[in-house]
Design a protein around this ligand. Structure first.
Ligand SMILES: *[C@@H]1O[C@H](CO)[C@@H](O)[C@H](O)[C@H]1NC(C)=O
Ligand SMILES: *[C@@H]1O[C@H](CO)[C@@H](O)[C@H](O)[C@H]1NC(C)=O
Ligand SMILES: *[C@@H]1O[C@H](CO)[C@@H](O)[C@H](O)[C@H]1NC(C)=O
Ligand SMILES: *[C@@H]1O[C@H](CO)[C@@H](O)[C@H](O)[C@H]1NC(C)=O
Ligand SMILES: *[C@@H]1O[C@H](CO)[C@@H](O)[C@H](O)[C@H]1NC(C)=O
Ligand SMILES: *[C@@H]1O[C@H](CO)[C@@H](O)[C@H](O)[C@H]1NC(C)=O
Ligand SMILES: *[C@@H]1O[C@H](CO)[C@@H](O)[C@H](O)[C@H]1NC(C)=O
Ligand SMILES: *[C@@H]1O[C@H](CO)[C@@H](O)[C@H](O)[C@H]1NC(C)=O
Ligand SMILES: *[C@@H]1O[C@H](CO)[C@@H](O)[C@H](O)[C@H]1NC(C)=O
Ligand SMILES: *[C@@H]1O[C@H](CO)[C@@H](O)[C@H](O)[C@H]1NC(C)=O
Length: 396
């Protein structure tokens, strides 16, 4: 996912392409025979002028012409079937099949202010295109309830201006300040945001899911995130976050400590020792792989009976593995590529839900016996290579 530049990059896996095709069937098609409003039609044509379509013959904007009166029939445009107002613009890039096979109808250019004429626009999907700038004025479209900009190479800083999208409930959109008190999900993954994580989440108290995966966000985790009392999922994977993880986790220990269920912090530059996660009473999945954590593997998880997945791969954690037997719900435990030493605790055998255990590439030395493994009836993946472990199992 790294190495994006100004040139074209289609970060699309085949699976995503199929998902897209499936998704494009799901878009509700509005009544196309209603007349469209002349001013809105002009606004659309004006908006088109700012856009660049890389392949004219395949682009969906080809249907947007001054010859075709009924703009509600234009591709990607949806109107209200009674008022005729444009309510939907779906410019998500599509695959079009021509003589040379399938290709994407990617759009770039400028998101022009003529969009403001579409006062009843509620659904704006610009995802999977090549827009570099976030249009600040979009905050003035007061009916907008869905704005998806995901998978655009957005650059620069997250703008901090007041916007009035009071009815927004679900979006993937980088205007983070004062967007909506009802916002539940904020999905900005796979962009090129390169600022600090904004501090201003105070006015979005309903947020439950935040996904900033695969950007270039820097700095730590602001306290305002930890003050989100409904926050269940926080995905900050694959960024450039840094600083001692214990401080970041202290910042998260506002009332989010009771709600947080999923915390993904892999592929960042967090350092220091592994924090104590005991205070996060609802935490089920924790992944901090590929950071720079050091220090001993202490009793960081306490009586954590809810945790099901824990991945601390590729850090520099040292010391012996302690008693993990209280983590009774644990299904996947991965500690690969650290510097753990000493014995594999026998009471690991009490983790009856364990499906995957990966302690490979550490410095453990032990003789694994049936006491370790006998009761691990669900275990499907046991990865212990690159250690000094041996087996002593009775034949049955
Ligand atoms: C579309 O709108 C026209 C005019 O308002 C109406 O006569 C027609 O029944 C509608 N068709 C559908 C499928 O909604
Ligand atoms: C207009 O659209 C709404 C919802 O999209 C639908 O419930 C209604 O039946 C439509 N009316 C006509 C005349 O098609
Ligand atoms: C936003 O767009 C992306 C890519 O088109 C899509 O995968 C995702 O589901 C959309 N998000 C929402 C909330 O609809
Ligand atoms: C937000 O709404 C207020 C009052 O409704 C208005 O005065 C202001 O211009 C709006 N701001 C933006 C950025 O649209
Ligand atoms: C957000 O709104 C609140 C009050 O509604 C205001 O006090 C605060 O200054 C606003 N924040 C920004 C960054 O505009
Ligand atoms: C903790 O929060 C403060 C205030 O939001 C911030 O300045 C600091 O960088 C954060 N520290 C870490 C390590 O996340
Ligand atoms: C952690 O990284 C910061 C820079 O992000 C550095 O100043 C600090 O010394 C590092 N601490 C440890 C314990 O490595
Ligand atoms: C574990 O739970 C027991 C009783 O529920 C409590 O006494 C003990 O202090 C807890 N240990 C930790 C590390 O939280
Ligand atoms: C084992 O981990 C070390 C770093 O601790 C790494 O350099 C090495 O490539 C890893 N070896 C394997 C086989 O994964
Ligand atoms: C397996 O579990 C049973 C029942 O909990 C227990 O009696 C037995 O000692 C365990 N065996 C091993 C080898 O831990």
């Amino acid at each position: 996912m790294r190495g994006r530049g100004l040139h074209f990059h289609f970060h699309l896996s085949l699976a995503l392409l199929f998902a897209l095709i499936a998704a494009s069937f799901g878009i509700s098609v509005k009544n196309q025979s209603v007349r469209c409003i002349a001013a809105e039609r002009r606004a659309l044509l004006d908006f088109k002028k700012g856009l660049i379509n890389y392949d004219n013959s395949l682009n969906l904007l080809v249907s947007w012409t001054s010859k075709e009166e009924k703009c509600c029939k234009w591709k990607g445009v949806g109107c209200d079937n009674t008022t005729g107002h444009v309510v939907m613009l779906d410019l998500r890039s599509r695959i079009t099949y021509g003589i040379f096979g399938g290709s994407l109808t990617v759009i770039s250019g400028e998101i022009g202010t003529s969009l403001l004429e579409l006062k009843h626009l509620s659904h704006l999907d610009l995802s999977l295109n090549h827009f570099y700038q976030i249009a600040d004025f979009i905050g003035s479209l007061s009916d907008l309830t869905y704005h998806n900009l995901s998978s655009n190479p957005l650059t620069g800083f997250i703008p901090h201006q007041l916007v009035n999208l009071s009815r927004l409930v679900d979006l993937t959109f980088p205007l983070l300040v004062n967007i909506s008190r009802n916002l539940v999900e904020l999905d900005l993954h796979h962009n090129q945001l390169s600022s600090l994580i904004p501090k201003s989440f105070d006015n979005m108290p309903a947020l439950e899911r935040i996904n900033f995966e695969d950007n270039s966000l820097e700095g730590g985790i602001p306290k305002s995130l930890g003050n989100l009392c409904h926050l269940k999922e926080l995905n900050l994977r694959d960024n450039k976050l840094s600083g001692p993880l214990t401080f970041a986790v202290t910042n998260l220990s506002g009332c989010a400590k009771n709600s947080l269920e999923i915390l993904f912090l892999d592929d960042n530059n967090f350092n220091g020792s592994l924090p104590n996660f005991v205070r996060f009473s609802s935490l089920r999945e924790l992944t901090v792989a590929c950071n720079r954590l050091s220090g001993h593997f202490e009793d960081n998880f306490g009586n954590f009976s809810k945790i099901t997945v824990s991945n601390l791969d590729k850090n520099r954690i040292t010391g012996p593995l302690l008693d993990l037997s209280k983590l009774s719900s644990l299904r996947k435990l991965s500690l690969r590529g650290n510097q753990l030493e000493g014995l594999l605790p026998v009471n690991i055998g009490k983790l009856s839900q364990l499906v995957l255990l990966d302690v490979s590439n550490n410095s453990l030395h032990d003789v694994i016996s049936e006491a370790h493994l006998f009761n691990l009836t669900k275990l499907r993946y046991l990865l212990i290579s690159f250690n000094a472990l041996s087996f002593n199992l009775i034949s049955n």
